[in-house]
Design a protein. Sequence first.
Length: 411
Amino acid sequence: MTSPRWHRLIPVVFITYSLAYLDRANFAFGVAGGMGKDLNISPATSALLSSLFFLGYFFFQIPGAHYAVKKSAKKLVFWSLILWGACATATGIITNVTGLIIIRFTLGIVESAVMPAMLIFLSRWYTKKERSRANAFLILGNPVTILWMSILSGYLLDAFGWRWMFILEGVPAIAWAFVWWYIAEDHPENAKWLPDEEKQFLKTELQKEQQGIAPVKNYMAMFKSKTVILLSLQYFMWSIGVYGFVMWLPSIIKSAPSLDIVATGWFSSVPYVFAVIGMLAASYFSDKISRRKEFVWPLLLAGALAFYGSYLAGADNFWLSFVLLVIAGMMMYAPYGPFFAIIPEVLPQNVAGVAMAMINSFGALGSFAGAYIVGRLNESTGGFGASYIFMAAALLLSSILTLIAVKVKRV
Protein backbone atom coordinates (compact mmCIF):
# COMPACT_ATOMS: atom_id res chain seq x y z
CA MET A 1 0.00 0.00 0.00
CA THR A 2 1.37 3.41 -0.99
CA SER A 3 2.14 5.76 1.88
CA PRO A 4 -0.13 8.85 2.12
CA ARG A 5 3.09 10.87 2.08
CA TRP A 6 3.36 10.34 -1.67
CA HIS A 7 -0.08 11.42 -2.79
CA ARG A 8 -0.42 14.22 -0.22
CA LEU A 9 3.02 15.88 -0.21
CA ILE A 10 4.55 15.20 -3.63
CA PRO A 11 1.83 17.04 -5.63
CA VAL A 12 2.12 20.17 -3.47
CA VAL A 13 5.93 20.06 -3.62
CA PHE A 14 5.84 19.58 -7.39
CA ILE A 15 3.40 22.45 -8.00
CA THR A 16 5.27 24.81 -5.66
CA TYR A 17 8.57 24.32 -7.46
CA SER A 18 6.78 24.43 -10.81
CA LEU A 19 5.51 27.92 -10.03
CA ALA A 20 9.03 29.00 -9.09
CA TYR A 21 10.26 27.85 -12.48
CA LEU A 22 7.38 29.46 -14.32
CA ASP A 23 8.24 32.86 -12.88
CA ARG A 24 11.93 32.66 -13.65
CA ALA A 25 11.96 30.99 -17.08
CA ASN A 26 9.23 33.00 -18.82
CA PHE A 27 11.62 35.95 -19.07
CA ALA A 28 13.23 34.40 -22.16
CA PHE A 29 9.83 34.30 -23.85
CA GLY A 30 9.07 37.88 -22.83
CA VAL A 31 12.27 39.07 -24.50
CA ALA A 32 11.63 37.02 -27.64
CA GLY A 33 7.98 38.14 -27.69
CA GLY A 34 8.34 41.93 -27.72
CA MET A 35 9.71 43.06 -24.35
CA GLY A 36 13.17 43.58 -25.80
CA LYS A 37 11.83 45.86 -28.53
CA ASP A 38 9.36 47.80 -26.33
CA LEU A 39 11.92 48.56 -23.62
CA ASN A 40 14.86 49.02 -26.03
CA ILE A 41 16.83 46.17 -24.47
CA SER A 42 20.09 45.54 -26.31
CA PRO A 43 21.40 41.95 -26.68
CA ALA A 44 24.11 42.67 -24.07
CA THR A 45 21.54 44.06 -21.60
CA SER A 46 19.27 41.08 -22.29
CA ALA A 47 22.12 38.72 -21.37
CA LEU A 48 22.69 40.69 -18.14
CA LEU A 49 18.99 40.64 -17.25
CA SER A 50 18.77 36.91 -17.93
CA SER A 51 21.62 36.29 -15.53
CA LEU A 52 20.90 38.90 -12.82
CA PHE A 53 18.30 36.61 -11.30
CA PHE A 54 21.04 34.13 -10.43
CA LEU A 55 23.17 36.68 -8.58
CA GLY A 56 20.34 37.32 -6.14
CA TYR A 57 19.75 33.58 -6.05
CA PHE A 58 23.44 32.96 -5.22
CA PHE A 59 23.83 35.31 -2.26
CA PHE A 60 20.80 34.23 -0.21
CA GLN A 61 20.89 30.42 -0.49
CA ILE A 62 22.76 29.68 2.74
CA PRO A 63 20.83 32.13 4.99
CA GLY A 64 17.60 30.66 3.65
CA ALA A 65 18.74 27.09 4.32
CA HIS A 66 19.88 28.01 7.82
CA TYR A 67 16.41 29.41 8.56
CA ALA A 68 14.74 26.30 7.12
CA VAL A 69 16.88 24.03 9.32
CA LYS A 70 16.65 26.04 12.53
CA LYS A 71 13.16 27.53 12.17
CA SER A 72 10.69 26.44 9.50
CA ALA A 73 10.85 25.43 5.84
CA LYS A 74 7.06 25.74 5.74
CA LYS A 75 7.06 29.45 6.70
CA LEU A 76 9.99 30.23 4.43
CA VAL A 77 8.34 28.75 1.34
CA PHE A 78 5.00 30.41 2.17
CA TRP A 79 6.43 33.93 2.18
CA SER A 80 8.68 33.18 -0.78
CA LEU A 81 5.64 32.18 -2.87
CA ILE A 82 3.88 35.46 -2.12
CA LEU A 83 6.93 37.62 -2.77
CA TRP A 84 8.06 35.97 -5.98
CA GLY A 85 4.50 36.03 -7.34
CA ALA A 86 4.42 39.79 -6.66
CA CYS A 87 7.79 40.30 -8.38
CA ALA A 88 6.77 38.23 -11.39
CA THR A 89 3.51 40.15 -11.77
CA ALA A 90 5.37 43.47 -11.44
CA THR A 91 7.50 42.49 -14.43
CA GLY A 92 4.43 43.04 -16.60
CA ILE A 93 3.95 46.57 -15.25
CA ILE A 94 7.42 48.15 -15.40
CA THR A 95 8.21 50.70 -18.09
CA ASN A 96 12.02 50.86 -18.12
CA VAL A 97 15.14 48.73 -17.90
CA THR A 98 16.13 50.07 -14.48
CA GLY A 99 12.93 48.72 -12.94
CA LEU A 100 13.46 45.43 -14.72
CA ILE A 101 17.00 45.14 -13.30
CA ILE A 102 15.68 45.65 -9.75
CA ILE A 103 12.85 43.15 -10.22
CA ARG A 104 15.07 40.43 -11.73
CA PHE A 105 17.59 40.70 -8.89
CA THR A 106 14.85 40.76 -6.23
CA LEU A 107 13.12 37.77 -7.82
CA GLY A 108 16.39 35.83 -7.45
CA ILE A 109 16.58 36.74 -3.76
CA VAL A 110 13.04 35.66 -2.88
CA GLU A 111 13.28 32.42 -4.88
CA SER A 112 16.74 31.53 -3.52
CA ALA A 113 15.45 29.78 -0.41
CA VAL A 114 12.99 27.52 -2.20
CA MET A 115 15.28 24.79 -3.55
CA PRO A 116 17.30 24.17 -0.34
CA ALA A 117 14.18 24.52 1.80
CA MET A 118 12.38 21.93 -0.32
CA LEU A 119 15.34 19.52 -0.24
CA ILE A 120 15.52 19.88 3.54
CA PHE A 121 11.76 19.34 3.73
CA LEU A 122 11.96 16.13 1.65
CA SER A 123 14.94 14.79 3.61
CA ARG A 124 12.72 14.81 6.73
CA TRP A 125 9.86 13.00 5.02
CA TYR A 126 11.54 10.36 2.83
CA THR A 127 14.11 7.66 3.56
CA LYS A 128 17.25 6.75 1.63
CA LYS A 129 15.36 4.19 -0.47
CA GLU A 130 12.83 6.85 -1.49
CA ARG A 131 14.86 10.04 -1.66
CA SER A 132 16.04 10.02 -5.27
CA ARG A 133 12.45 9.63 -6.48
CA ALA A 134 11.17 12.31 -4.07
CA ASN A 135 13.89 14.71 -5.25
CA ALA A 136 13.10 13.90 -8.87
CA PHE A 137 9.40 14.72 -8.40
CA LEU A 138 10.45 18.05 -6.87
CA ILE A 139 12.83 18.95 -9.70
CA LEU A 140 10.39 17.67 -12.33
CA GLY A 141 8.78 21.04 -11.68
CA ASN A 142 11.59 22.43 -13.83
CA PRO A 143 11.21 20.58 -17.16
CA VAL A 144 7.46 19.99 -16.86
CA THR A 145 6.83 23.68 -16.22
CA ILE A 146 9.08 24.79 -19.06
CA LEU A 147 7.27 22.28 -21.28
CA TRP A 148 3.76 23.68 -20.75
CA MET A 149 5.00 27.22 -20.11
CA SER A 150 6.71 27.24 -23.51
CA ILE A 151 3.40 26.42 -25.19
CA LEU A 152 1.19 28.62 -22.97
CA SER A 153 3.55 31.61 -23.14
CA GLY A 154 3.60 31.41 -26.92
CA TYR A 155 -0.20 31.65 -27.03
CA LEU A 156 -0.39 34.37 -24.33
CA LEU A 157 2.19 36.46 -26.15
CA ASP A 158 0.33 36.05 -29.40
CA ALA A 159 -3.07 36.90 -27.86
CA PHE A 160 -2.29 39.49 -25.17
CA GLY A 161 1.35 40.58 -25.41
CA TRP A 162 4.25 40.21 -23.01
CA ARG A 163 2.86 42.39 -20.20
CA TRP A 164 -0.25 40.28 -19.65
CA MET A 165 1.81 37.11 -20.02
CA PHE A 166 3.87 38.09 -16.96
CA ILE A 167 0.82 39.22 -14.97
CA LEU A 168 -1.25 36.11 -15.72
CA GLU A 169 1.68 33.80 -14.95
CA GLY A 170 2.67 35.61 -11.72
CA VAL A 171 -0.65 35.64 -9.83
CA PRO A 172 -0.95 31.83 -9.30
CA ALA A 173 2.09 31.73 -6.98
CA ILE A 174 0.38 34.13 -4.54
CA ALA A 175 -2.79 32.04 -4.46
CA TRP A 176 -0.85 28.78 -4.12
CA ALA A 177 0.97 30.03 -1.00
CA PHE A 178 -2.18 29.39 1.04
CA VAL A 179 -2.57 25.85 -0.32
CA TRP A 180 1.04 25.15 0.66
CA TRP A 181 0.41 26.52 4.17
CA TYR A 182 -2.63 24.30 4.63
CA ILE A 183 -1.00 21.04 3.48
CA ALA A 184 2.72 21.22 4.39
CA GLU A 185 4.19 20.37 7.81
CA ASP A 186 7.84 20.72 8.77
CA HIS A 187 8.09 17.32 10.46
CA PRO A 188 6.15 14.03 10.18
CA GLU A 189 5.27 14.09 13.87
CA ASN A 190 3.23 17.28 13.26
CA ALA A 191 1.04 15.67 10.58
CA LYS A 192 -2.34 14.59 11.95
CA TRP A 193 -3.09 12.65 8.76
CA LEU A 194 -0.01 10.37 9.05
CA PRO A 195 -0.52 7.09 10.98
CA ASP A 196 1.46 6.81 14.23
CA GLU A 197 3.23 3.64 13.09
CA GLU A 198 4.52 5.42 9.98
CA LYS A 199 5.73 8.36 12.06
CA GLN A 200 7.72 5.93 14.19
CA PHE A 201 9.02 4.09 11.12
CA LEU A 202 10.31 7.34 9.59
CA LYS A 203 11.93 8.43 12.83
CA THR A 204 13.72 5.08 13.19
CA GLU A 205 14.86 4.89 9.55
CA LEU A 206 16.17 8.46 9.46
CA GLN A 207 18.10 7.87 12.69
CA LYS A 208 19.62 4.67 11.23
CA GLU A 209 20.84 6.58 8.17
CA GLN A 210 22.81 8.94 10.37
CA GLN A 211 24.51 6.21 12.41
CA GLY A 212 27.19 5.49 9.81
CA ILE A 213 28.07 9.15 9.21
CA ALA A 214 30.85 10.80 11.20
CA PRO A 215 29.58 13.84 13.13
CA VAL A 216 30.52 17.34 12.01
CA LYS A 217 30.90 19.96 14.72
CA ASN A 218 29.70 23.02 12.78
CA TYR A 219 29.23 24.62 9.42
CA MET A 220 32.88 25.64 9.11
CA ALA A 221 33.92 21.99 9.12
CA MET A 222 31.39 21.31 6.40
CA PHE A 223 32.79 24.15 4.28
CA LYS A 224 36.20 22.43 4.41
CA SER A 225 34.81 19.10 3.23
CA LYS A 226 36.41 18.00 -0.05
CA THR A 227 33.18 16.29 -1.03
CA VAL A 228 31.15 19.48 -0.59
CA ILE A 229 33.73 21.62 -2.40
CA LEU A 230 33.99 19.25 -5.35
CA LEU A 231 30.22 18.81 -5.62
CA SER A 232 29.87 22.61 -5.54
CA LEU A 233 32.30 22.93 -8.46
CA GLN A 234 30.55 20.06 -10.24
CA TYR A 235 27.14 21.72 -9.90
CA PHE A 236 28.59 25.04 -11.04
CA MET A 237 29.73 23.47 -14.32
CA TRP A 238 26.53 21.49 -14.74
CA SER A 239 24.38 24.59 -14.27
CA ILE A 240 26.33 26.46 -16.95
CA GLY A 241 25.05 23.92 -19.45
CA VAL A 242 21.49 23.76 -18.10
CA TYR A 243 20.81 27.49 -17.92
CA GLY A 244 22.67 28.41 -21.06
CA PHE A 245 20.24 25.95 -22.64
CA VAL A 246 17.06 27.04 -20.80
CA MET A 247 17.50 30.78 -21.21
CA TRP A 248 18.53 30.78 -24.86
CA LEU A 249 16.70 27.83 -26.41
CA PRO A 250 13.71 29.97 -27.57
CA SER A 251 16.07 32.37 -29.35
CA ILE A 252 17.99 29.47 -30.92
CA ILE A 253 14.79 27.90 -32.24
CA LYS A 254 13.29 31.22 -33.35
CA SER A 255 16.33 31.68 -35.63
CA ALA A 256 15.05 28.83 -37.82
CA PRO A 257 13.32 29.89 -41.04
CA SER A 258 9.52 30.28 -41.03
CA LEU A 259 8.97 29.78 -37.28
CA ASP A 260 6.66 32.24 -35.50
CA ILE A 261 6.44 32.71 -31.72
CA VAL A 262 3.71 30.04 -31.28
CA ALA A 263 5.73 27.46 -33.23
CA THR A 264 8.81 28.47 -31.22
CA GLY A 265 6.87 27.69 -28.05
CA TRP A 266 5.89 24.23 -29.28
CA PHE A 267 9.40 23.31 -30.43
CA SER A 268 10.94 24.71 -27.22
CA SER A 269 8.79 22.28 -25.23
CA VAL A 270 10.09 19.13 -26.95
CA PRO A 271 13.39 18.72 -25.00
CA TYR A 272 11.48 18.91 -21.73
CA VAL A 273 9.18 16.02 -22.65
CA PHE A 274 12.25 13.80 -22.91
CA ALA A 275 13.79 15.42 -19.84
CA VAL A 276 10.80 14.26 -17.76
CA ILE A 277 11.18 10.69 -19.05
CA GLY A 278 14.92 10.74 -18.28
CA MET A 279 14.45 12.10 -14.76
CA LEU A 280 11.81 9.53 -13.82
CA ALA A 281 13.86 6.64 -15.21
CA ALA A 282 17.16 7.69 -13.60
CA SER A 283 15.62 8.33 -10.17
CA TYR A 284 13.67 5.06 -10.22
CA PHE A 285 16.67 2.88 -11.03
CA SER A 286 18.95 4.86 -8.73
CA ASP A 287 16.67 4.09 -5.77
CA LYS A 288 16.10 0.52 -6.94
CA ILE A 289 19.80 -0.42 -6.88
CA SER A 290 20.86 2.22 -4.30
CA ARG A 291 23.50 3.74 -6.58
CA ARG A 292 23.94 7.47 -7.21
CA LYS A 293 27.16 8.30 -9.07
CA GLU A 294 26.41 5.89 -11.92
CA PHE A 295 23.25 7.84 -12.71
CA VAL A 296 25.02 11.20 -12.83
CA TRP A 297 28.37 11.28 -14.62
CA PRO A 298 27.55 9.11 -17.70
CA LEU A 299 24.45 11.17 -18.45
CA LEU A 300 26.32 14.47 -18.17
CA LEU A 301 29.00 13.08 -20.48
CA ALA A 302 26.30 12.13 -23.01
CA GLY A 303 24.92 15.67 -22.76
CA ALA A 304 28.35 17.12 -23.50
CA LEU A 305 28.72 14.90 -26.57
CA ALA A 306 25.25 15.90 -27.80
CA PHE A 307 26.09 19.60 -27.53
CA TYR A 308 29.31 19.04 -29.44
CA GLY A 309 27.42 17.04 -32.07
CA SER A 310 24.95 19.91 -32.43
CA TYR A 311 27.89 22.23 -33.05
CA LEU A 312 29.28 19.89 -35.73
CA ALA A 313 25.86 19.71 -37.41
CA GLY A 314 25.92 23.49 -37.80
CA ALA A 315 23.27 26.07 -38.60
CA ASP A 316 22.74 24.67 -42.10
CA ASN A 317 21.44 21.40 -40.61
CA PHE A 318 18.92 22.91 -38.20
CA TRP A 319 16.80 19.81 -37.64
CA LEU A 320 19.76 17.50 -36.92
CA SER A 321 21.12 20.15 -34.60
CA PHE A 322 17.71 20.40 -32.92
CA VAL A 323 17.48 16.62 -32.34
CA LEU A 324 20.91 16.69 -30.69
CA LEU A 325 19.80 19.60 -28.52
CA VAL A 326 16.80 17.52 -27.41
CA ILE A 327 19.19 14.72 -26.40
CA ALA A 328 21.44 17.22 -24.57
CA GLY A 329 18.45 18.59 -22.65
CA MET A 330 17.30 15.12 -21.63
CA MET A 331 20.76 14.09 -20.43
CA MET A 332 21.29 17.30 -18.44
CA TYR A 333 18.03 16.91 -16.52
CA ALA A 334 17.98 13.15 -15.89
CA PRO A 335 20.62 13.08 -13.06
CA TYR A 336 19.00 15.62 -10.70
CA GLY A 337 17.21 13.12 -8.42
CA PRO A 338 20.25 10.89 -7.80
CA PHE A 339 22.57 13.89 -7.45
CA PHE A 340 20.63 15.56 -4.64
CA ALA A 341 20.22 12.20 -2.91
CA ILE A 342 24.00 12.00 -2.50
CA ILE A 343 24.34 14.85 0.00
CA PRO A 344 22.13 13.63 2.91
CA GLU A 345 23.80 10.22 2.52
CA VAL A 346 27.36 11.49 3.02
CA LEU A 347 26.86 14.33 5.53
CA PRO A 348 25.33 14.44 9.02
CA GLN A 349 21.85 15.90 9.37
CA ASN A 350 22.93 19.03 11.24
CA VAL A 351 24.92 20.34 8.25
CA ALA A 352 23.42 18.52 5.24
CA GLY A 353 20.80 21.22 4.66
CA VAL A 354 23.31 24.05 4.53
CA ALA A 355 25.64 21.90 2.42
CA MET A 356 22.84 21.49 -0.12
CA ALA A 357 22.36 25.26 -0.06
CA MET A 358 26.07 25.86 -0.64
CA ILE A 359 26.12 23.43 -3.57
CA ASN A 360 22.94 24.94 -4.98
CA SER A 361 24.36 28.46 -4.59
CA PHE A 362 27.32 27.47 -6.75
CA GLY A 363 24.77 26.12 -9.18
CA ALA A 364 23.17 29.58 -9.17
CA LEU A 365 26.56 31.13 -9.93
CA GLY A 366 27.00 28.65 -12.78
CA SER A 367 23.50 29.55 -13.97
CA PHE A 368 24.51 33.21 -14.02
CA ALA A 369 27.64 32.36 -15.99
CA GLY A 370 25.73 30.12 -18.39
CA ALA A 371 22.94 32.62 -19.08
CA TYR A 372 25.33 35.58 -19.43
CA ILE A 373 28.26 34.04 -21.31
CA VAL A 374 26.05 32.13 -23.73
CA GLY A 375 24.21 35.38 -24.48
CA ARG A 376 27.45 37.26 -25.07
CA LEU A 377 28.87 34.47 -27.23
CA ASN A 378 25.72 34.50 -29.34
CA GLU A 379 25.98 38.28 -29.73
CA SER A 380 29.70 38.44 -30.50
CA THR A 381 29.78 35.52 -32.97
CA GLY A 382 26.40 36.11 -34.61
CA GLY A 383 25.54 32.42 -34.20
CA PHE A 384 25.19 29.61 -31.66
CA GLY A 385 28.18 27.35 -32.45
CA ALA A 386 30.52 28.85 -29.85
CA SER A 387 27.79 28.49 -27.22
CA TYR A 388 27.43 24.78 -27.98
CA ILE A 389 31.17 24.21 -27.48
CA PHE A 390 31.12 26.23 -24.25
CA MET A 391 28.20 24.23 -22.80
CA ALA A 392 29.73 20.94 -23.96
CA ALA A 393 33.01 21.74 -22.18
CA ALA A 394 31.17 22.69 -18.97
CA LEU A 395 29.21 19.42 -18.93
CA LEU A 396 32.36 17.39 -19.63
CA LEU A 397 34.10 18.97 -16.63
CA SER A 398 30.99 18.36 -14.52
CA SER A 399 31.04 14.67 -15.45
CA ILE A 400 34.72 14.35 -14.50
CA LEU A 401 34.21 16.19 -11.20
CA THR A 402 31.38 13.80 -10.28
CA LEU A 403 33.76 10.84 -10.58
CA ILE A 404 36.36 12.57 -8.41
CA ALA A 405 33.94 13.96 -5.78
CA VAL A 406 32.14 10.72 -4.94
CA LYS A 407 35.46 8.90 -4.50
CA VAL A 408 36.45 11.29 -1.70
CA LYS A 409 35.94 9.85 1.77
CA ARG A 410 33.17 11.24 3.88
CA VAL A 411 33.89 14.29 6.02
